[in-house]
Design a binder for this molecule. Sequence first.
Ligand code: RP5
Length: 169
Amino acid sequence: MSNPRVSIIMGSDSDLPVMKPAAEFLDSIGIDYELTIVSAHRTPDRMIEFAQNAHKRGVQVIVAGAGGAAHLPGMVASITPLPVIGVPVKSSNSIDGWDSILSILQMPSGIPVATVALNGGKNAGILAATILGSADEEVRSKIVAYKKSLTDAVMAKVDKVKDMGYKGF
Ligand code: RP5
């Protein structure tokens, strides 16, 4: 997309299945984004170039996913003036995902990374949109509609279980 407002980056193509739902959510509410691979340890120069320039290209929020020793979100956050949402990925080299969670969550004071759940790509997309919506009425109305759809879906099940009972549900 030519004018992405959200940049979704990940350390490896192997992170894509986890990060794809972030893109799908942004697609669903019509927010322009870009999605690419930026590896902190395999492409460090690319990471620095990306973090120094994303805001100059009009990007407003960065979603960064990584697994294992997941330094990408924190390193990008240390350079960019944009908010960074970190997605811990349970990757093939991960110890049950805890290494990724703690690497992204436990940022030292001064450089925050907004960390979502393990493999929480969709929530990262929702949070990115919600951040944009804080200053964009059109996006905010889509977040409101999305939340209403969640409520409606639960209420439909409330009615269904009431009508059918647990045996017929
Ligand atoms: C991290 O190492 C990536 O973010 C990925 O989650 C993990 C494994 O990468 P690959 O070996 O699959 O490329 O840097």
